[in-house]
Design a protein around this ligand. Structure first.
Ligand code: PLP
Length: 386
């Protein structure tokens, strides 16, 4: 086996697909130290700049002092601490749904929820550009797994019409992680009502950023329905770690009994939940942060003047610049790195073939000067590299 592993790695390197980790030696922020070099970073999903917020650092220190550092047992045994419980109630209220349940990561949430809610004889309808963990959740559930073209409401309707499945769930990213565009959630909800389906939305990139007070994509569209179940991660705009699922009380009660990645897993430390409670407060009162973030998005879109490379039509903090070729995308990323700016090159299989891109991620922690510096470096890079 070891020989075939090495061969597969060599092949990846040849195809320009070998990924390498950088060693971070600073807190996650807009200015970081990676591999012992200082950089201006457009890499993180810390969209509001909360990952190193002094109030949250203090909250975690204090909570560790009074609740310790470990959960010690699964939530159904003795691991469900008052801090977890308070955060669940706070999150449900914030996203305007009846109840919520914490998971250790978004990946575990998606696998646990799809695995628990549907199975043989049921069907999941999934956007082709969904995040990898929704696909994994789909395979794990053993439900029929039907994929439709990106954001294609008509293609989805055809599949729903033809389906004889007992239970149907439409499972989509609300904001697509590598494209930054927003799914047509109101249209999907209308289809749910028409075809007796449920809607599971993964709001990893909308929570904290979109909607009134940052409550996410449901808030953005002002939607409420017992057919909706949402998931959001707490390691992105919320700046900490973890995830939650929210929906009807009966859905949450059922997940507590049956979602294996909840039942058979130790919850994140209670101190993380206490930190997240402080983070959700910062998100709720963070309209200024979001206004600044949206100013930066508008600045990038208005001022970036390129001939060949193109920004995708995203209006969110994920601003992908399509380069196309894998090696070229890496060359652009390296060019920027040489001038002290980090922007990741995203290649297949994370994105479709021939759409290798730079994933520019903007944060409220960036200044206008940071964005202007990125713009002029990209313009220079295009002159040099095409
Ligand atoms: C990051 C991400 C996840 C996984 O969340 P983690 O908490 O990092 O495991 C799930 N879905 C989407 C769309 C994501 O971008």
């Amino acid at each position: 086996m070891l020989v075939s592993l090495q061969k597969a790695l060599n092949q990846r390197a040849q195809d320009g697909l070998l990924r390498q980790r950088r060693l971070l030696d600073s807190p996650q922020a807009e200015h970081i130290v990676a591999d012992a070099q200082p950089y201006l970073s457009f890499c993180s999903n810390d969209y509001l700049g909360l990952a190193n917020h002094p109030k949250l650092v203090a909250a975690m220190q204090q909570a560790a002092g009074d609740s310790g550092v470990g959960s010690g047992a699964s939530g159904l045994v003795t691991g469900h601490h008052r801090y977890h419980d308070e955060l669940e109630k706070q999150l449900a209220k914030f996203v305007n749904l009846p109840a919520a349940l914490l998971f250790s990561t978004g990946y575990m949430a998606n696998i646990g929820v799809l695995g628990a809610l549907v199975g043989r004889g049921d069907a999941i309808f999934a956007d082709k550009l969904n995040h990898a963990c929704l696909n994994d959740g789909g395979y794990y559930s053993l439900a029929e797994f039907k994929r439709f073209a990106h954001n294609d409401v008509q293609a989805l309707e055809k599949l729903l019409k033809a389906s004889t499945a007992k239970h149907k769930i439409i499972a989509v990213d609300a904001v697509f992680s590598m494209d930054g565009d927003i799914a047509p959630i109101p249209e999907y909800l209308a289809l749910c009502e028409q075809y007796d389906a449920y809607l599971y939305i993964d709001d990893a990139h909308g929570f904290g950023v979109l909607g009134k007070h940052g409550a996410g994509t449901l808030g953005h569209f002002n939607l409420k329905s017992p057919r909706i179940i949402m998931m959001a991660t707490l390691g992105k705009a919320a700046g900490v770690a973890g995830a939650f699922v929210a929906g009807e009380q009966v859905v949450i009660d059922y997940l507590i009994q049956t979602a294996k990645s909840y039942v058979y897993s130790t919850p994140a430390p209670p101190a993380l939940s206490a930190t997240l409670s402080a983070s959700v407060k910062l998100i709720e009162s963070g309209d200024d942060l979001r206004a600044h973030l949206y100013d930066l998005i508008a600045l990038l879109k208005a001022e970036l003047k390129l001939n060949k490379w193109q920004l995708m039509p995203s209006t969110t903090s994920v601003q992908p610049l399509i380069i196309g070729d894998n090696f070229k995308a890496v060359a652009v990323s390296k060019y920027l790195q040489a001038v002290g700016i980090l922007v990741p090159a995203i290649r297949p299989p994370t994105v479709p073939v021939n759409t290798a891109r730079l994933r520019i991620s903007l944060s409220a922690a960036h200044s206008k000067e940071d964005v202007l510096r990125l713009i002029s470096a990209l313009q220079e890079a295009e002159k040099e590299l095409t």
